[in-house]
Design a binder for this molecule. Structure first.
Ligand SMILES: [Cu+2]
Length: 418
């Protein structure tokens, strides 16, 4: 309300000034004096006002970050975050220095060289040396800035050391799901065609794939029977629709059979290192936890559209793109509890937000993140249910495509050779 009143007063004030200037114009016209005749005194005053405006402008610029420092993000809570903040600070210094130099010059010259009758501006058309300086200096600074950025980015996205803990962050409209590796320390293969209520991330294991195939085959058989039963009563166009459905289901079966062959080949080629043998003990959860002071490789996938995983306190962000896996390295350095002390806020929680406008509930696509000691993390993680219980792992090799007993035995316990 108060803001509205102030705005109204300001608008009215402006209107009054405008009307007054019109009155002044009209009286000048009646007096016969030329409107465009501006005295030197006026120009001098305008020059001094330029200085005043410039000074207030720059003082406010410095004051602003101090006044609003309480809404800034707290100190970076990851190793990578410190790198990002350093880069940020470097950029601010660079921009700040250029900003102040150019603005001080701008307002100084505007106020110093106001128009005076009979005084003419100095004609200075060209100077090669000057051209060189203001081309080369910004080029060098810009190239250095870009190289600095590339170096930091390459460190954040560098291939992690073998054995680095992997955590998958899975996005869909409009929530996040997380996947942690089981005993084998590796995340298993995934395929979107296996996604259903029991397998929200589409983890591929022999059992999951067999179950999906069985379901699809049943569906296809049913659809075929249904189509055949109604073949002589249905009009042609509806029959065509049914044919399409049947063909679609059969195609799906074909593709999954292809995936199955691929999987078996991969297992044959890579043995225990096959990514298809790492999914059974994966843990899928709606809670996001990370251990402090531990190198983590975050892997991102998306089910539907492009989202962006944004962890502001860790200064981390990565797009999540359907059809591909994106990744970053992160090493959290401050636990949630410590951050509560630092921010003097007992309710503080790290947050993961979607940072890409992805649909109607984008604004609410977020999840808290708990950073804790590695002990606390293990306690939290160990009780998470695994994707397929160990007993079930034996069942899934019940119908191996072609494998010796020895091979099957090795496959029942994925990752034991690791
Ligand atoms: Cu989103």
């Amino acid at each position: 309300m108060m803001t509205l009143l102030i705005l109204a007063v300001l608008v009215l004030g402006l209107m009054v000034v405008f009307r007054l200037s019109r009155v002044a114009d009209l009286t000048n016209e009646l007096r016969g004096s030329r409107q465009e005749h501006i005295t030197e005194r006026t120009n001098w005053l305008q020059g001094r006002l330029m200085w005043l405006f410039g000074a207030v402008y720059l003082i406010l610029f410095v004051w602003l970050p101090y006044a609003y420092s309480d809404v800034f993000l707290p100190t970076a809570a990851s190793e990578q975050g410190v790198w990002i903040d350093n880069m940020y600070t470097y950029n601010w210094w660079l921009l700040g220095i250029v900003f102040f130099l150019t603005n001080i010059a701008l307002f100084y010259f505007a106020g110093r060289y106001y128009h005076r009758d009979g005084k003419r501006a100095f004609w200075y058309p060209h100077n090669n040396k000057l051209e060189m300086v203001w081309t080369v200096v910004p080029t060098v600074v810009l190239v250095a800035t870009i190289i600095y950025g590339i170096i930091v980015w390459n460190r954040i996205t560098a291939a992690p050391a073998p054995g680095t803990m992997q955590v998958e962050v899975y996005s869909k409209q409009f929530d996040w799901t997380f996947r942690y590796a089981g005993k084998d320390g590796k995340l298993g293969a995934t395929d979107y065609r296996l996604i259903n209520a029991e397998n929200p991330l589409g983890i591929v294991t022999r059992k999951a794939l067999a179950a999906r195939l069985a379901g699809l085959k049943e569906e296809a058989a049913k659809a075929t029977a249904d189509r055949d039963a109604q073949a002589h009563v249905l009009p042609e166009d509806l029959l065509k629709e049914k044919d399409k459905d049947v063909a679609h289901l059969n195609r799906m079966v074909e593709r999954l059979l292809g995936l199955q062959a691929l999987m078996e080949q991969d297992i044959k080629d890579n043995g225990d290192n096959s990514t298809y043998l790492h999914g059974a003990d994966d843990k899928v959860t709606k809670e996001f936890h990370l251990p402090v002071d531990t190198d983590v490789e975050l892997l991102f996938r998306s089910q539907d559209v492009i989202h962006s995983a944004y962890l502001p306190h860790l200064r981390a962000q990565m797009n999540t793109v359907p059809g591909m896996t994106t990744r970053i390295n992160i090493k959290p350095t401050i636990t949630t509890d410590s951050m509560r002390v630092i921010t003097n806020n007992s309710e503080f929680d790290y947050i993961l937000m979607c940072n890409k406008v992805c649909g109607i509930s984008h604004y609410n696509m977020q999840s808290p993140l708990t950073v804790e000691t590695s002990g606390a993390f293990k306690v939290w993680n160990i009780v998470l249910p695994v994707f397929e219980k160990p007993g079930a792992a034996t069942a899934q090799v019940a119908e191996p495509a072609a494998g010796t007993k020895e091979e099957s035995a090795a496959q029942t316990e994925p990752g034991t050779n690791k």
